[in-house]
Design a protein around this ligand. Structure first.
Ligand SMILES: [Zn+2]
Length: 176
């Protein structure tokens, strides 16, 4: 790539902006495979969940923009493919005795997060005999849930990001 001499400051800014944009797109492509497939029109509306993409971000809207294209959002694509971006594993004796309040707290965190960021959602909650596994459509909500559980109930909480795979694993455990 050659970088030409700027003819004026405005053009320079424009080039810099477009370069930044390219870099950002590249980063996003590497990190989240679900952004690669998505060539977004702006504005767009997700036919599955109704989230609206406008001004470069997804949000909930009362009314869809008149000229919006229909595009499945990443969260709905992941839900349809059953391909989560994050996982919270809950375990320990304390969980068995307080399961419903713990899951309510996780759901509350989802509501708060999703209200501002429509693509951050719980996909599934699987209740096993020893563990509960919550999967999510994004890599931020799991940590938020883990932190909230830790704040409310203490216990052990850790998280690990797998940057290559765009995936986060959170564990929360309390035995006593
Ligand atoms: Zn959607």
């Amino acid at each position: 790539m050659s970088i030409s001499e700027p003819e004026d400051a405005g053009k320079d800014m424009k080039q810099k902006k477009s370069r930044q944009r390219r870099d950002r797109l590249l980063r996003e492509r590497i990190h989240d495979p679900y952004k690669l497939r998505l060539k977004l029109q702006d504005p767009a509306v997700c036919p599955q969940c109704g989230a609206v993409y406008e001004g470069n971000r997804w949000r909930w809207a009362e009314k869809r923009p008149t000229d919006a294209q229909e595009t499945l959002c990443q969260a709905c694509q992941r839900i349809n493919d059953d391909y989560p971006a994050g996982e919270v594993t809950l375990s320990g004796h304390f969980l068995q005795d307080h399961k419903s309040e713990i899951l309510r707290l996780a759901r509350n965190q989802e509501e708060l997060e999703k209200g501002e960021r429509p693509l951050h959602r719980i996909m599934n909650i699987e209740e096993g005999s020893e563990e509960v596994v919550i999967t999510t459509t994004d890599i931020h909500l799991p940590r938020r849930i883990g932190e909230a559980l830790h704040r409310a109930y203490k216990g052990d909480f850790d998280f690990h990001y797998d940057e290559e795979g765009y995936f986060v694993r959170v564990h929360w455990k309390r035995d006593d």
